[in-house]
Write a protein that binds this ligand. Sequence first.
Ligand code: DOR
Ligand code: ZN
Length: 334
Amino acid sequence: MDQLTLNTPLDMHLHLRDGDMLELVAPLSAETFSGAVIMPNLVPPVDSLDAVHGYRGRILQAIGKNAFAPFMTLFFRQYSEAELLAAKDHIIGIKLYPAGATTNSEAGVKAIDSVEPTIRLMEEMGMPLLIHGETHGFVMDRETEFLATYRHLATKFPKLNITMEHITTAAAVELLDEFENLRATVTLQHLLITLDDVAGGMLNPHLFCKPIAKRPEDRDALLDAALKAHPRLMFGSDSAPHPREKKECCGCAAGVFTAPIALQVLADLFTKNGCQQNLQAFVSDNARRLYDVTPAEKVVTLVREPFEVPAIYGETVVPMYAGETIPWSVQSVE
Ligand code: DOR
Ligand code: ZN
């Protein structure tokens, strides 16, 4: 298997930032992906329809001539019915961060119970809820501790579509099968690495993200579900660029920058495991079906030819596999 064609690849969880960083990273996603779910954790957060419109405009500007659909999200807060109705046709869903769980989430939710009125309205309007599912517990247990909240919400709001963002544990994969209204994204790095790659030897700040990579059995369960193209699992890179000086320092920011290598590495991973026939569903079809979106068609051909990953992009952002050679490249995009 030396060549692979993907139709309309989608990244269902992406950080594009703003300003110079947006200008740098947006084209790198827009070249190969047909669309992406855009995270709202800017400073200040994207928490009004005006902010959504403004940010979307800046993204469209930054991607230039590339055909690319930015699926916008609002940052979760208590919204009125009127606000939700006005926003409905302009967003793909609302992203809920527990307060303080990750980068720029200080304005997030302190107690889920107190925001159930907004969640109820979202359920009634058929508006998906995307969740960063971590508690404030011990770092390796934060996701598993949060599963009780997913269970509670999935039961109490049976018509609400809930996306468990960037799952990292075998337990989360199991939960996906318990509730029809749960779906999940998984990142590139969580299909590949464990905590050992982050901190088992010399500390690798470029692999440090939230949720932190977990145990080998967790990685294996995620990979297994992805390779099988579990019908409610979608690719969401969570590509999260930070300037190099915010990564290679004391107090390293969380986030792995994978946008420019994601499809090449997925092609390698799926072909190596003999599952190339399932990559299309994982990287596009599942998302199109689950979110009912129809982005413009883009055909990406990947080939087994070495690609030298740049050591740095724009003298600013260090990607995963920086300076290394990976076995697959993008041959063409039509
Ligand atoms: O590692 C992460 N980085 N996890 C998140 O949830 C946020 C992201 C970011 O915005 O940098
Ligand atoms: Zn994220």
